[in-house]
Write a protein that binds this ligand. Structure first.
Ligand code: UDP
Ligand code: MN
Length: 289
């Protein structure tokens, strides 16, 4: 399954239109109510330019970046609905050429968010010539359109000002929630570690990979990065990873053996829905590792 480009005469014409501006026009703060009662049926009506699979691109200009948005997922339908409701308009206003990938882990094994991210990257590159990958928790919604969901010269941390942490950076090396990597940056760090079964510190490990590879982390200004996290309790099947601090310490030694180059998985289904592409995957379990 792939996005062939150009797909139509209209698409071919689009190749002749001017490049989009680096900073899209008319961006500003917006209200976000994470308790909103959203109907799935209305979202496509309000986003007529979103094509099957959750893909869109600007009509009046040609985007510089081709963006795959990757969401790790299991059992969070309500959050996904709110995320889609707010994020399709947001990404279109930012003139993004993007598609949404919801990477869903099959039931009955401990959650492994980092492994799902690696699957999302590996599958997305088969679809289209993406040059930017944004890894997004399903429960984080930015409150300002100036927080550009784009890649930069270094890996970028968009969710650095969450309501949950009183709109401050939780700690100076935090690097979770929403992060953006160019293809080269993500390959350079060999993706995420596959070893974090359960909750916690996979984002600290990712930060260490970035540092070990000689890159920095960029963060947009905290006023612009203000975001809401939908309030939730810890999910069943995502208990704290027992050896998580030890794993972070091992990063330098392990990162070139544990990541994209050691990833194993089995695709259960790859389905284009109206608002997103769902990739359901069996990533194994801790014992089988
Ligand atoms: N997640 C999920 N189902 C789960 C556990 C986690 O979909 O059972 C995904 C979801 O995208 C979520 C992200 O993993 O936003 C991070 O997990 P969590 O929200 O529990 O982390 P925290 O809120 O502590 O940062
Ligand atoms: Mn969360």
């Amino acid at each position: 399954m792939s996005f062939t480009f150009p797909q139509s005469a209209e698409d071919a014409e689009i190749e002749d239109i001017p490049w989009c501006q680096e900073i899209p026009p008319n961006l500003g703060p917006r209200a976000v109510d994470t308790r909103l009662n959203v109907s799935f049926l209305n979202i496509p009506l309000e986003n007529p330019n979103v094509q099957n699979g959750g893909r869109s691109k600007p009509r009046i200009c040609r985007a510089q970046q081709k963006i795959a948005i990757i969401i790790p997922f299991r059992n969070r339908e309500l959050h996904l609905k709110i995320w889609l409701y707010y994020m399709h308009p947001f990404l279109q206003k930012q003139q993004g050429d993007y598609a949404i990938y919801v990477v869903e882990q099959i039931q009955n094994t401990t959650f492994n968010k980092a492994r799902l991210m690696n699957v999302g990257f590996t599958e997305a590159v088969k679809d289209y010539d993406y040059n930017c990958f944004i890894f997004c928790d399903v429960d984080i919604i930015p409150m300002d359109e100036r927080n550009l969901y784009r890649c930069s010269n270094n890996p970028k941390h968009m969710a650095n000002s969450l309501d949950k942490f009183k709109f401050r950076l939780f700690y100076s090396t935090s690097f979770g929630g929403v992060v953006a990597f160019t293809k080269e940056q993500f390959l350079k760090i060999n993706g995420f570690s596959n070893s974090f079964w359960g909750w916690g510190q996979e984002d600290d490990e990712l930060y260490k990979r970035v540092m070990s590879a000689g890159m920095k982390v960029e963060r947009p200004n905290q006023n612009i990065a203000r975001s809401r996290m939908i309030v939730h309790s810890r999910d069943v099947g995502n208990e704290k990873t027992g050896n998580r601090f030890h794993l972070v310490k091992q990063t330098g030694k392990h990162m070139h053996m544990d990541g994209l180059n050691s990833l194993k998985y089995e695709i259960i289904s790859h389905t284009k829905h109206q608002l997103y592409t769902n990739i359901t995957v069996d990533i194994g379990s801790e014992k089988k590792k």
